[in-house]
Design a protein around this ligand. Sequence first.
Ligand code: HEM
Length: 419
Amino acid sequence: MTQKSKIDFKQILDHSHIANPYPLYAQFRETPVALQEDGSYLVSTYNEVVSLLHDPRISSDMRKSDAQKRFMQQAKQKREEMIAQGQQVEEPEEIVPAFIFQDPPNHDRLRRIVTSQLTPERVENMSSHIEQIVKEHLDKHAQGGQIDIVDDLAYPLPVTVICQLLGVPREDEAQFHAWAEPLASVLDPGQVQTEEQQKQIMQAGRQMREYMGQLLQKLKAQPGDNLLSGMMAADDIDGAMSPRELISTAVLLLIAGHETTVNLITNGTLAMLRSPELLERLRQDPELIITYVEELLRYDPPVHFRTRTALADIQIAGTTIPQGATIILVLASGSHDGQRFERSEELIPDRQGNEHLGFGSGLHYCVGAPLARVEAHIALGEISRRLIEPKLALDPPPYRDNAALRGPRHLPVNFKGLR
Ligand code: HEM
């Protein structure tokens, strides 16, 4: 039997919950799988989220959902009507979905090619660059005063890092910063975009794909020791990446590693400045940063929910999710589940055996996790050690209007100088 409940997904999107959505998630977990007004299913408990993430009957390919099929049908009808009325209609661009939106076997082939190039050595080799970038950003504020952790450090860092890894020349990086924000909003399934915003997103996507196409041509003629050259040359038992696949993968690597890493660094700074005791422990014991970052990925993670489509009727927690339905997996709620984690609403910086859902689970588990960890360890370690008497200028800070990739828009911090 389907459980009808008052659990309403739209509450997550309501900006009044954005600074602290966790009490709302505790209410959600009273009904582990809850049918929503629009026919989708909200899943909020740890075991159910994990079990669905590992279930081959769920799909990441949005084209397979009833809602998306209806949307595509309406768009097609609208186009036909416009053509019938003699209006000029642009041909829709054919875009290969990035592998985060694909299912096996094609997902697995593309992911294998990425992981064959995004190796532990490549990530390890980035750490001295990352230290350098963090140092440069902080050194600009040697006099103290006010620093915005978002704009002055957490936001530029991941773009610079991913550009260097991919093989994007330094002088082109500024463009990437401009494209990243509108593109990242695509990953917020709940966000209603105005026509103007939709245009911006389409334009950023088009410009970035065009740029990538040209960069790939250059790298083909002159390969370098970077991810793009590696992915272009890599063969796979099931076939190499096509030029279109290379472009969509490069765009995905930029977006997926951008807003997420920004929010991890910002949420991590916020939590340590809210607790003088935690800040002191991190200063005294630099190794603590390792378990602290894992705990942040559980306690205040950057990715709050992901959606999937049921490919068959799925029975779970006394409910049948029908084929074609959209499933909203609230990862951040699963990571706060008291049935799975002791003292689940507390931040415990040395928590052991922390199997949080911050990077997902199953076949779409984050490929950038090792890189994200290195960036967060270095940035948060430096912030904790170098800022003299740091104090939050605003608490709570203003949040971005994105409930899926959740984090502060600004985090102003007053401090007296650098160590
Ligand atoms: C997938 C989180 C950083 C690239 C994911 C997923 C999560 C996640 C939750 C699973 C999505 C799903 O199941 O639908 C994060 C967080 C990060 C981070 C919290 C930073 C703190 C990065 C970085 C990169 C990256 C730095 C790129 C270098 C990807 C890609 C996927 C992914 C390509 C898709 C994997 C697949 O579909 O097989 N990430 N990510 N992420 N992430 Fe990350």
